[in-house]
Design a protein around this ligand. Structure first.
Ligand SMILES: NC(=O)c1ccc[n+]([C@@H]2O[C@H](COP(=O)([O-])OP(=O)(O)OC[C@H]3O[C@@H](n4cnc5c(N)ncnc54)[C@H](OP(=O)(O)O)[C@@H]3O)[C@@H](O)[C@H]2O)c1
Length: 386
């Protein structure tokens, strides 16, 4: 039985993971769960899955949860340290990293440093500190299994092949809910429209990232470090149907792809039980029914955020962490209706232009850049606030 910890268990990836655990209860034991503020949902989960330890990063939410679960045999930790402690539970075999945003860096790195294999959905830590995470993983013989559907597809398409034969990785992007709008139409798009992703049901932050294509910019950086491949060998292709999840081109001209219906349980289950494929009993992919698959080049003019990912990698050091933090601040402000949709890219760009990149040698280097960029982006948001 595999003992698992889920960081971010109350979110979209977290609940999809628990859905798999429920169906295959003989294969998994949940030993730790964490969330941010949602004590109600965490309480439901701890009563159902009975982990030994849970944590809420929000102290007040943890106090309330302790008051409600006094008699239940569970230890309730709190704060960033509490979440990081759950990430390092000695009995855990695998940590599912599914917190949203840079908040996942400290606990995910703690899990790696504790020698835990990681199923990585939380892409932002890899963007902020990819080389550091990979170095720590290498030192401890830790495996990082991608959960992001694109990176899982690449991981699967690389299997059984020699790395030196790879010509390029091709990440597919659905184009998000605003792909058909002009630049002018996009400027003032309301969050209800931007949150309507055509193919995937995900948390709010990643759905807005998909609408700006910042998600793909983040994924380019994630792929660079996950697969140790230079950014010039990473391309992006718009594929509206989200059936081809990504592709690898080899030097003999062969292109190998992974296809499937858009359902995160497929990549999550692959990361949970690699190399086994779990009998999820999802509907079959009926290509005749779908009829045709379409592909287009990305439009960097209308979606500048995609270029930011490449630019951050070109500059290197703390620039990707800076880009990520500015994006988080801008997206949060947009969701609270503080700034316009088109301001998101502007806040990120100005923050990056103002930043002088330094090397990321330690966790503190990445966190310091994160703090600096949040402050800078916060002041830009304030100036733009309506
Ligand atoms: N959703 C997808 O299909 C998908 C696909 C590919 C990759 N990903 C990546 O997976 C990650 C999670 O995405 P999601 O869509 O599942 O997000 P989500 O639905 O917003 O869930 C986020 C989870 O993180 C927790 N959290 C938020 N802030 C926290 C903090 N400061 N400290 C500790 N925990 C915190 C939340 O707890 P509360 O509920 O208490 O707020 C929740 O459990 C993201 O990095 C995303 O890019 C997601």
């Amino acid at each position: 039985m595999k003992k698992i910890v889920i960081l971010g268990s109350t979110g979209s990836i977290g609940t999809n993971t628990l859905d798999i655990v429920t169906k295959f209860s003989a294969q998994f034991q949940v030993v730790g769960l964490t969330a941010g503020t949602n004590g109600d949902k965490l309480e439901e989960q701890l009563r159902q899955f009975k982990p030994a330890v849970v944590a809420l990063s929000d102290e007040l939410a943890a106090v309330k949860l302790r008051a409600r679960c006094g008699k239940f045999p569970v230890e309730i930790l709190s704060g960033v340290d509490g979440v990081a402690q759950v990430a390092q539970l000695p009995e855990a075999d695998l940590v599912i990293s599914a917190i949203v945003g840079g908040a996942g860096l400290v606990p995910t790195l703690a899990a790696i440093r504790a020698g835990k294999n990681v199923a990585l959905a939380n892409k932002e830590p890899m963007v902020m500190a990819g080389p550091l995470m990979q170095e720590e993983a290498r030192k401890r013989g830790v495996r990082i299994f991608p959960v992001d559907s694109e990176h899982s597809a690449i991981f699967q398409s690389l299997e059984g092949h020699r790395r030196e034969d790879v010509r390029r990785l091709i990440l597919t992007a659905s184009g998000g809910p605003l792909w058909d709008l002009s630049k002018e139409q996009m400027q003032d798009v309301k969050s209800e429209q931007a949150l309507k992703h055509p193919n995937w049901k995900m948390g709010a932050k990643i759905t807005i990232d998909s609408a700006t294509l910042m998600n793909k910019g983040l994924e380019v950086v994630e792929a660079r470090w996950l697969f140790d491949i230079p950014s010039r060998q990473i391309d992006v292709l718009i594929h509206r149907e989200s059936i081809v999840h990504s592709l690898v081109e080899y030097r003999d001209g062969s292109v190998i792809a992974q296809l499937g219906l858009p359902d995160m349980r497929t990549p999550i289950s692959y990361a949970l039980q690699y190399p086994e494929r779990m009998p999820l009993e999802l509907p079959s992919l009926d290509l005749a029914d779908i009829g045709k698959l379409t592909f287009q080049r990305p439009d960097h003019e209308r979606f500048p955020c995609l270029s930011f990912g490449y630019e951050a990698l070109r500059i290197g050091g703390t620039m990707p962490a800076t880009m990520n933090a500015a994006n988080e601040v801008a997206v949060a402000a947009y969701l609270q209706e503080g700034i316009r949709f088109s301001d998101i890219a502007e806040v990120i760009q100005t923050t990056m232009e103002t930043h002088t990149a330094r090397d990321v040698r330690t966790l503190e280097d990445a966190l310091e850049a994160d703090r600096w960029a949040r402050e800078k982006a916060g002041s830009l948001v304030h100036a733009l606030a309506r």
